[in-house]
Design a binder for this molecule. Structure first.
Ligand SMILES: NC(=O)c1ccc[n+]([C@@H]2O[C@H](COP(=O)([O-])OP(=O)(O)OC[C@H]3O[C@@H](n4cnc5c(N)ncnc54)[C@H](O)[C@@H]3O)[C@@H](O)[C@H]2O)c1
Length: 315
């Protein structure tokens, strides 16, 4: 049982929202999970179904009747919005989801003024930026799932290539959760060794073409999944729980999440960098030591997100 109550509200009880609720329920991190959706009947059905699973997980699951039910949430996860259709980029969703945020975020902020906002709706960087502006919250309390998902996929691909557990691969994707993302090759390591050193110790050649393919598969993973099943949900749900965990446990874990800042002189704009997560939110304490090409990549990524923000705001 929980020493102190942890309430998590999920706005958007669709595929991502409900899979996240289920993963969160099984994690035991929350004592109360509230689902809020404009489709009240669907949210009710999901909450009843989940509450039967909650029987085994010692948490309450209920449906919100209005935004007033966000009050007292430690974290409000926003997964409401349209998702990509096969062939669409995340940026194609911007107009619809930006308009949705204009109604959702002020309501959440008014009813849960001390909460941490965790945005998953795409395009996630643009909408994390929107959530920051529309909530009036300090930057550290508005977090986007950002490239936490891509970083997981990157480690998965590298682990597969080198035949090691992805947990022993230290490598991050930064920048946009989208096509301009940057794999940080200069810092990627396995078992404490940079990739080239790891290869030479192992007596194998560092394979540039294979690494390009790893980056391509990481960047294209969502397209591949959506092409086949029409959506992504399990990966992102696990990633959202991995962001919730260090916040509610106040554990200072470092996760690559999106946050508003100035990046390579561009901004303010939301994009992903490794951030320390605790009960006060996401903190960018130590800037990454990037090489010149990676810094240039961040600058381009920041500018492309900023351009979309400006056009989404009608500027
Ligand atoms: N960040 C990531 O890594 C990641 C991964 C997968 C999906 N996503 C994004 O998450 C979002 C949701 O995807 P999904 O597959 O769950 O879609 P979905 O269509 O299954 O669910 C969306 C839900 O939002 C609800 N909704 C719409 N407008 C609302 C409003 N004003 N208030 C409350 N609820 C509202 C809908 O009723 C629906 O239940 C999409 O934008 C998608 O691109 C992000």
């Amino acid at each position: 049982m929980h020493e102190q109550s942890v309430k998590v509200t999920i706005v958007g009880a669709g595929s991502v929202g409900v899979t996240t609720a289920y993963a969160l329920l099984l994690s035991g991190l929350a004592s109360e999970i509230v689902l809020l959706d404009i489709d009240q009947a669907r949210a009710e059905g999901e909450a009843i179904d989940l509450s039967h699973a909650a029987h085994y997980a010692h948490a309450k699951v209920r449906v919100a009747s209005s935004y007033a039910d966000c009050a007292g949430s430690t974290i409000v996860i926003i997964t409401a919005g349209v998702n990509q259709k096969p062939g669409q980029t995340r940026l194609d969703l911007v107009k619809t989801n930006y308009a949705l945020f204009r109604t959702v975020v002020p309501e959440v902020a008014r009813n849960a003024p001390d909460t941490i906002l965790l945005v998953a709706t795409n395009p996630v960087d643009v909408l994390t930026h929107a959530a920051f502006e529309l909530s009036g919250f300090p930057v550290q309390r508005v977090i986007g799932s950002g490239t936490a998902m891509d970083t997981t996929r990157f480690r998965h691909e590298l682990g597969k290539h080198y035949g090691v557990n992805p947990r022993n691969v230290h490598a991050v994707i930064i920048g946009e959760h989208g096509d301009s993302q940057i794999p940080v090759w200069s810092l990627a390591s396995i078992a404490g060794m940079r990739l080239r050193d790891y290869c030479s110790q192992k007596g194998i050649a560092y394979d540039d073409a294979a690494m390009t393919e790893v980056a391509r598969r990481t960047r294209g993973a969502a397209y591949e999944i959506i092409q086949r099943k029409g959506k992504t949900n399990y990966g992102v749900a696990s990633v959202l729980v991995s962001i919730v965990e260090p916040i509610v446990k106040n554990s200072d874990a470092i996760v690559t999440v999106s946050r508003v800042g100035i990046y390579e002189g561009v901004g303010p704009v939301a994009l992903s960098m490794p951030c320390k997560l605790n009960y006060r939110g996401a903190h960018q304490d130590v800037p990454l030591l990037l090489d010149a090409a990676e810094r240039e990549g961040v600058k381009k990524s920041a500018q492309s997100i900023l351009d979309v923000i400006v056009s989404a705001k009608g500027g």
